[in-house]
Ligand binder design. Structure first.
Ligand SMILES: C[S@@+](CC[C@H](N)C(=O)[O-])C[C@H]1O[C@@H](n2cnc3c(N)ncnc32)[C@H](O)[C@@H]1O
Length: 282
């Protein structure tokens, strides 16, 4: 089960009040959304978005009691303005992003997000055509090296990219793991992370959605973003700075908020989390 990360802090920054409306752009199991829903009762609504149709299907079964106050949509948050239009949701008092994959993806999706299980190399959240299998089998060596270096910050990217190309075809996580182990790389984590970010175009989606989110916020509305990768955090930091300079937002987190030692102990997945929040100027 996915344990929501920095939940107390998210609620503090978003400050949901009775009858306000919120958008959770990465709703997954609804860990954050259900806590917000409790604070915005009796009439506040949530628009919950996830790119993954299976995630939305699972959540629909879980939220039967709240159905009237949650609108669930399977879509990419990069289409946020479009989504708000076709659901007729209107302006929001707060918008949340809790980026990346969830524990469900690792533990249950069967799509090759983890090297701890032998699964096909898929790694998609949504309906995009690109898979991890396509990257490792069809991309030129230079492009694989670029992905490993940029998204995985992998020092030995060149050697590994060469090995990947030599060992083709590569169909499963365990095949890839064997290749990683035979190179000088200690942790396969970053290789898997790099492929996942590339497959799902994660950094570009984040860049696309941030200006849309600020537009959709009510004056005085808040935006909170939890990231798990330094490149994501950099995008958020830069965007906030630019919007602040334009006079659109006030930054609520001078430095990113990180989980306490206790939270990391209880939920090791939270260890790389960084939360930044801002308020749209009135
Ligand atoms: C870390 S989980 C969110 C967990 C959730 N906040 C909770 O506490 O239960 C991130 C979710 O975002 C979804 N996701 C990632 N990128 C997305 C995108 N571009 N558009 C929509 N959903 C996305 C993933 O499918 C995943 O379910």
């Amino acid at each position: 089960m996915h344990i929501p990360v920095l939940q107390k802090e998210v609620l503090e920054f978003l400050g949901p009040k009775p009858n306000e409306n919120f958008i959770d752009c990465t709703i997954d199991g609804g860990g954050h959304a259900l806590a917000i829903l409790e604070k915005i009762k009796p009439n506040g609504k949530i628009l919950g978005i996830d790119a993954d149709p299976e995630v939305i299907k699972n959540l629909k079964l879980k939220i039967k009691n709240f159905e009237k106050r949650i609108v669930l949509v399977t879509d990419n948050f990069a289409n946020l303005k479009e989504i708000v239009k076709y659901t007729k949701f209107g302006q929001a008092n707060g918008i949340l992003f809790d980026l990346g994959m969830s524990s469900w993806h690792l533990e249950e999706s069967g799509r090759g997000f983890t090297f701890l299980k032998d699964e096909p190399l898929d790694m998609r959240y949504g309906a995009n055509e690109l898979t991890a299998e396509k990257i490792v089998n069809e991309y030129p060596r230079e492009e694989i090296e670029r992905i490993l270096k940029k998204y995985g910050e992998e020092r030995f990217a060149k050697g590994l990219a060469r090995k990947i190309v030599q060992e083709r075809p590569i169909k499963t996580t365990f095949q890839l793991l064997k290749i990683i182990k035979s190179s000088r790389i200690y942790s396969p984590n970053r290789v898997f992370q790099a492929l996942r970010i590339a497959v799902n175009n994660e950094l570009n989606n984040l860049k696309k959605v941030l200006p849309q989110a600020v537009e959709i916020l009510e004056s005085g509305g808040k935006i909170a973003i939890i990231s798990f990768h330094s490149l994501e955090d950099r995008i958020v930091k830069k965007f906030f700075k630019e919007e602040f300079q334009k006079g659109t937002i006030k930054i609520l987190t001078k430095k990113p908020i990180t989980p306490s030692q206790e939270e990391i102990k209880n939920n090791p997945r939270s260890s790389s989390a960084k939360l930044r929040a801002a308020m749209k100027n009135v």
